[in-house]
Ligand binder design. Structure first.
Ligand code: AMP
Length: 471
């Protein structure tokens, strides 16, 4: 995405509004610190010689971030050196270690998207023994080799056997429920985006945080920063973002109707639109690919619920299943897993057209709390059926007409989606901005997923469909 230096001022402006808004709802945030997992990626050059890097990397590397004046509302546990370390594992290690050392000062815990915070929790699960060792002895793990990280950690890390014993006690327990509030007892909320495709992570984050509020503070992209949530403590399902009219020139394409572009001032409450931006950096009437629904106005500025990405995810015949339909179908099916103390922690999908008729394949990574009482094949087959029942009428019609075969769930081993993320990061994705692809077709990814499958289940029956009378 093209960008210009001046754009940093606009991003900074949006960031500078987040804490004043939060302060209206959560007092005392100036009395402690934020534990945020923030990362940069190595930079590359385009064939024409321009610098190419993810949007957040350019922000964290800018003076706007690095030389920000002291602000008691924006004190982070992670020193700049740990955020600016290009090796993401060393960076994560140092940021987590700082978070553990300053655990009692932490008032909010976050990452950009929910997936980043869950990656950090997983990292703690794998590495807590090393952290406890470092804290006990006051020495930094030799695997952290970055000189500036080592230097800044040497000022923070002091032997603290009591804290090491606490970490060991909490992390060695089998049960990680409420681990966030156990380790960071003063946390008031999680600062993570869980709207749109990230809604999937809400149950897992609730489990780890004992139901702390999740604040979705802003809506932004590499193309342009859009706006903020003026009620950040509301439920994720009720989040609306207020677009800031000074971020770009905004126009809207009414969704599902053929009328022309609408200006920001002329939007209608309740309608869905595709977002079109003309940016200061040079994008002209660019389709961001997000579908938004107008929920109201703040003064004259419209407010939006993020509905979904525009592109259709799955299609075999006439059917078209989009991201939010797939998400809803998965939510409906996972209700059946509740009595088995099991939840879907990650999913992706694939339209398998190798056989005729083609069929939907849904990859599930499950979290089974009690392995002896996990869901059986029969239950998982019923989940397939429940998903089919939840999909749209055209899908169900194609199923009944046998132009689509039974939906299949492939359960994959724990940690598979983390491997998928690592693979994407190794190919240049940024941890901050990473989003699990909700549909896959790229061969190496398919091979990775298929090599981790532990069981396959198919829908046992046709979903309900009755012909509608046509006019
Ligand atoms: P990127 O350019 O990688 O930063 O991704 C930007 C995209 O992430 C947006 O176009 C949205 O689809 C999604 N996104 C960003 N912020 C939010 C949000 N607050 N809620 C839901 N989706 C979001």
């Amino acid at each position: 995405m093209p960008t210009i230096h001046e754009e940093l001022n606009r991003r900074q402006l949006l960031y500078s509004l987040l804490m004043p808004v939060m302060n209206l709802y959560v007092p005392g945030l100036d009395k402690g610190k934020g534990l945020y997992f923030l990362f940069i990626k190595a930079e590359t050059k385009t064939p024409g010689g321009l610098l190419a890097r993810p949007v957040l990397t350019s922000y964290y590397k800018s003076d706007h971030f690095k030389s920000r004046p002291y602000d008691p509302f924006n004190v982070y546990t992670s020193p700049n050196e740990t955020i600016l370390c290009p090796d993401s594992i060393q960076s994560m290690y140092a940021q987590m270690l700082c978070g553990l050392i300053m655990r009692e000062e932490v008032l909010r815990v976050g990452a950009v998207f929910a997936s980043g915070l869950l990656k950090a929790i997983r990292f703690l699960q794998v590495n807590w023994k090393q952290f406890a060792h470092d804290i006990e002895t006051g020495t930094l793990n030799p695997k952290v080799t970055d000189p500036s990280v080592r230097e800044c950690m040497s000022k923070i890390l002091k032997p603290n056997p009591e804290l090491a014993a606490f970490i060991t006690k909490e992390c060695s327990e089998e049960n990680w429920e409420c681990i966030i509030t156990r380790i960071w007892p003063n946390t008031k909320y999680l600062d993570v985006i869980v709207t749109g495709a990230m809604a999937q992570y809400i149950p897992t984050l609730e489990y780890y945080s004992g139901g702390l509020p999740m604040a979705c503070t802003m809506y932004a992209s590499s193309e342009c920063y859009f706006g903020l949530n003026l009620k950040p403590m509301c439920k994720p399902s009720e989040v609306s973002y207020t677009i800031m009219p000074n971020m770009a020139y905004f126009e809207f394409l009414p969704h599902d109707d053929s009328s022309g572009l609408v200006d920001l001032a002329d939007l209608e409450v309740g309608k869905e639109y595709e977002l079109i931006v003309t940016t200061y950096a040079g994008l002209c009437r660019y389709r961001v690919g997000d579908i938004l629904r107008v929920t109201g106005f703040h003064n004259a500025a419209p407010q939006f619920r993020f509905i979904r990405r525009k592109n259709v995810l799955l299609s075999i015949d006439f059917d078209k299943t989009d991201e939010s339909e797939l998400q809803q179908a998965i939510e409906n099916a996972s209700v059946l897993l509740k009595e088995f103390n099991t939840s879907v922690v990650e999913y992706t999908s694939y339209a398998d057209t190798k056989q005729i008729p083609g069929h939907y394949v849904i990859y599930w990574e499950l979290f089974v709390k009690d392995a002896a009482n996990g869901p059986t094949d029969e239950v998982l087959s019923q989940c397939c059926f429940q998903m089919e029942e939840s999909l749209n009428v055209v899908y169900r019609q194609c199923r009944v007409a046998d132009s689509i075969g039974p939906l299949e769930i492939r359960v994959v081993k724990n940690g598979t989606f983390e491997e998928l993320m690592d693979y994407a990061i190794s190919r240049g994705a940024s941890i901050n901005q990473y989003k699990v692809p909700r549909c896959v077709s790229f061969t190496p990814i398919m091979e990775l997923l298929d090599s981790r499958v532990v069981s396959k289940h198919f829908s046992p029956a046709l979903p309900h469909w009755t012909p509608e009378r046509r006019r």
